[in-house]
Design a protein around this ligand. Structure first.
Ligand code: NAP
Length: 248
């Protein structure tokens, strides 16, 4: 029996990177997948075809995670198309790095809206179907810098710390309805987001990690699979660090 057989999953921001890795691992475990993206139409189409070829039902939705009304519409559309929402992975996120002295108000607001407000938007949107089902798992993609902080990422680390607080509060509110809420704090995962750092800085990062490598999207996807499936039926309100020992 596959771990997500017959479950419908929404993954935000899955056209590339960690979200795409999660979609691929979940598809192998029998999930039906509704995923979102912001602008990568071709990549989304290609993923839709890849997942469908794997035998699962898959559909990509162009939907801005920071838009409250768009999140409501997405949940309605997914219910109509798939009939249930069992797992939500709030993965969409961006960086707009810079020292505070140079950080604009817009750079702060965009990061908070896309990384944090999106989690509020989507959690609200799936609440009704999950409450009706009396079951659900919500997984929010945080970061080790949400716990530790990072110079040059005041906006990003604030958004990720806020996600952890939101996750714990919603876990407390929704536990009695059998809806579990957890977050994952990845360390340094090699995707387009980290490619922007350049090879020298990437090597430096790898060296500081006890496991001596950057993480792969599959490393994060496997941890997400655990939290999505009934393997973690007694786990809620937690921040799971998946960072090769970076934050120890
Ligand atoms: P990525 O490669 O830059 O991919 C980001 C994904 O989010 C893309 O699919 C993008 O869609 C989507 N997206 C961006 N803004 C969106 C919006 N407003 N609405 C809907 N979708 C949107 O990033 P990643 O490295 O995979 O990171 C994924 C998550 O993990 C993020 O929350 C990030 O903060 C977190 N994380 C990453 C690392 C790391 O080292 N990579 C470490 C810790 C935490 P388009 O392709 O259409 O733009």
């Amino acid at each position: 029996m596959k771990l997500l057989e017959g479950k419908t999953v929404i993954i935000t921001g899955a056209s590339r990177g960690i979200g795409k890795g999660i979609a691929e691992v979940f598809a192998n475990q029998g999930a039906n997948i509704a995923f979102t993206y912001r602008s990568s139409d071709e990549k989304a189409k290609a993923l839709e075809e890849e997942l469908s070829a794997n035998g699962c039902k898959a559909k990509g939705y162009k939907s801005d995670a920071s838009d409250f009304d768009a999140a409501q519409k997405l949940a309605t559309d997914v219910m109509e198309e798939f009939g249930s929402i069992d797992v939500l992975v709030n993965n969409a996120g961006i960086t707009k790095d810079g020292l505070l002295m140079r950080m604009s108000e817009d750079d702060f607001d965009r990061v908070m809206d896309i990384n944090m407000k999106s989690v509020f938007n989507m959690t609200k949107a799936v609440l009704r179907p999950m409450l009706k089902q009396r079951k659900g798992s919500i997984i929010n993609m945080s970061s080790v810098v949400g716990v530790k902080g990072n110079a040059g990422q005041a906006n990003y680390s604030a958004s990720k710390a806020a996600i952890n607080g939101f996750t714990k509060s919603t876990a407390l509110e929704l536990g009695s309805r059998n809806i579990r809420c957890n977050s994952i704090a990845p360390g340094f995962i090699e995707t387009e987001m980290t490619e922007a750092l350049g090879e020298d800085q990437i090597k430096e990062w790898r060296n500081t990690i006890p496991l001596k490598r950057g993480g792969s999207t599959e490393d994060i996807a496997n941890a997400t699979l655990f939290l999505a499936s009934d393997m973690s039926a007694y786990v809620t309100g937690q921040v799971l660090h998946v960072c090769g020992g970076m934050l120890t």
